[in-house]
Write a protein that binds this ligand. Structure first.
Ligand SMILES: [Ca+2]
Ligand SMILES: [Ca+2]
Ligand SMILES: [Ca+2]
Ligand SMILES: [Ca+2]
Length: 244
């Protein structure tokens, strides 16, 4: 799971009201998510994580040295009605449940700058099923259920060899409307729905997630899930059926 500064990248809708969107950079080697304001980037130059306006980190814990905060990041539209978008940060190596997590921050809380602990998130999505590494992938695919609020997809998959079950590779759907309503942590199993991949070691169902907009014209946004598993060996076709 090694990745350096830039393990994930997301645009974040303008949180400081200057009309410029912001940039979120995930850095799993130093385990953090770093927000650079659009106004910083407009000025040019080069930036390390130390120059980020807002830093989402976790104090080093020798018992959990690799929380992998920032392995994935995604912005969501405004869920709490204050006109600013929100941010989700995946930490697949950290959670009280030790099964990974996703931290959800209100955009308004990120606008003051400085260092924020990932544990100060408004809501944490925590793994509670026999799967590993919740939050390896996340995306906001737009509004899937048509309630006017962006929704959240949380992917978790296991790459380790050994016995694997259908719960090892799954994508959880959370309707955005209620996510920030009570500011309480939610378990993955309480997702509004869960899509499971066919169990296969190294299958990585959910490694990539993408919102597509409304491709079939039914008024609700659509999405795609990739499972970049190794293809099984294919027998050579008979000579008289070969395709050009
Ligand atoms: Ca801005
Ligand atoms: Ca908001
Ligand atoms: Ca929705
Ligand atoms: Ca649709």
């Amino acid at each position: 799971m090694q990745s350096l500064f830039g393990a994930s990248l997301s645009a974040l809708p303008d949180i400081d009201g200057d009309g410029l969107d912001e940039l979120v950079v995930g850095a799993t080697d130093i385990s953090g998510a770093y927000i650079f304001k659009g106004s910083q980037l407009r000025a040019g130059g080069s930036y390390s994580h130390e120059r980020a306006f807002t830093k989402i980190e976790l104090p080093f814990d020798p018992e959990n040295p690799n929380p992998h905060i920032g392995f994935s990041t995604t912005s969501l539209g405004d869920l709490d009605g204050d006109g600013r978008g929100e941010l989700a940060v995946g930490a697949p190596g950290w959670a009280p449940s030790e099964r990974g997590s996703v931290a959800l921050f209100r955009g308004s809380d990120l606008a003051d700058g400085g260092v924020m602990a990932v544990t100060s998130a408004d809501v944490m999505v925590l793994g509670d099923v026999p799967t590993a590494d919740v939050g390896r992938s996340i995306t906001s695919p737009g509004d899937l259920d048509g309630d006017g609020f962006d929704d959240l997809l949380v992917g978790s998959y296991r790459l380790a060899a050994g016995e694997i079950t259908s719960e090892d590779d799954q994508v959880a759907f959370f309707s955005g409307r209620g996510l920030l309503a009570e500011s309480v942590d939610v378990w993955l199993s309480s997702a509004d729905s869960i899509i499971r991949g066919a169990p296969q070691v190294g299958g990585a169902f959910g490694k990539s997630l993408a919102g597509l907009g409304d491709v079939d014209g039914d008024g609700r946004d659509d999405f795609a899930i990739a499972a970049p598993r190794p293809a099984p060996p294919r027998p050579a076709p008979p000579e008289d059926q070969q395709h050009g």
